[in-house]
Design a binder for this molecule. Structure first.
Ligand code: HEC
Length: 127
């Protein structure tokens, strides 16, 4: 077998190996909607100093990991959206057990309607 043909075969094998690797399905990356993405930024600027999104991590307020799921059953007759928006607009309406009323109650004035909707959309992704 001529040397150049051996190289040719070797190249073919390398090519196949490289392509074989690429056909494996990449794991799906969770992506946020543009609105939730904006909400995540609003959250880091206005909420992240008091709320972690890591489970069981208390800063000043409770961790908001899983809050979307808890929000469904927090208040009788409130769905997750209603509970979350109320928590931001009137933080003293329903206090989380074991926490004091330390959440600012002027967030509804500081944030635009778009930002409020966005931050709630972001909270709804924390299941
Ligand atoms: C100065 C600290 C502080 C800031 C800033 C703050 N929070 Fe809070 N938050 C708290 C505290 C303390 C509680 C618990 C007492 C209560 O229920 O109000 C709380 C409770 C909550 C709850 C209820 C959680 C549950 O498990 O029922 C939500 C939702 C929430 N905050 C969202 C937000 C969002 C969204 C922002 C930003 C727009 C924000 N907070 C900013 C301190 C803060």
């Amino acid at each position: 077998m001529p040397v150049s043909f051996k190289y040719f075969l070797l190249l073919c094998l390398l090519f196949l190996a490289a392509c074989g690797g690429e056909t494996e399905a990449a794991p799906p990356t969770p992506t946020l909607s543009p609105q939730a993405q904006l909400g995540k930024q609003v959250f880091s600027r206005n909420c992240g100093s008091c709320h972690s999104t890591t489970p069981d991590t208390i800063i000043v307020g409770p961790s908001l990991a899983g809050v979307a799921t808890r929000a469904e059953t927090r208040v009788d007759g409130f769905d997750a959206y209603t509970y979350l928006i109320t928590s931001v607009m009137q933080p003293d309406a329903y206090l989380v057990q074991g926490f004091e009323n330390l959440m600012p109650n002027n967030l509804s004035k500081q944030l635009t309607g778009e930002e409020l909707d966005a931050v709630v959309a972001y909270l709804q992704t924390l299941k």
